[in-house]
Design a protein around this ligand. Sequence first.
Ligand code: PGA
Length: 251
Amino acid sequence: MARKALIAGNWKMHMNAAEGCQLATDIAGQMQEYTDREVLLAPPFTILRDVAAALEGKKILLSAQNVCWEEKGAFTGEIAPNMVQDAGAVASIIGHSERRQIFLENDEMVNRRLRGALAGGLMGILCIGETLEEREADRTFNVLETQVRQGLQNVSSSDMAKVVIAYEPVWAIGTGKTAAATQVQEVHSFLRELLAKIYEKELAEQTRILYGGSVKPANVDELMALPDVDGALVGGAALDAKSFGRIVNFR
Ligand code: PGA
């Protein structure tokens, strides 16, 4: 069964409301009509509602960059899944390497956030990836297996319909260094086999696995041509309408 491609733009901590609405409108203007791919933007929480209004009637989905596992309560500084949904998001990025590395989120928290997102009816984009040190120590596959197994703990087969995996080698994020196509395909096929082991083959075949880490107009076509790459999670190049438009229009 063909998997629908997903191109996601992660705006990180960039853009005020006016800038974000302009960028979203410009991106929509760059896009051709598609039935084989979905496009998703993840602006900061504070401008979700504004960007949603700017994109009214356009075929672009919105995502949060993180959500809490609880629905409400005394969790200062956190945002609940139903709050981002109310603001127009249908998804959330979960466990981005910046959350893991800078804000010390561990696999258990990532798992709780993912389950919270799913319980709240959101699509969860579970990010995983090895550091340079881990790759050089030949621990890439061990690290990824742990992140996947722990990240997906108690996530049922039926919930997996709303889970997307994003493989983002930490050393390739924001560095301009993209993993080589052979490295990417090797990891993605390993991840699909792992999903088949944890769940079943059919589910693994249906789950989308995105690549992230310095995706840009110059490398998107090669990456998207890989058999197990089902989309991209884009940071830096998502802040420029022309670049992101070209990435969305991959061939
Ligand atoms: P990058 O970021 O495209 O700037 O490398 C990707 C990400 O962090 O999702």
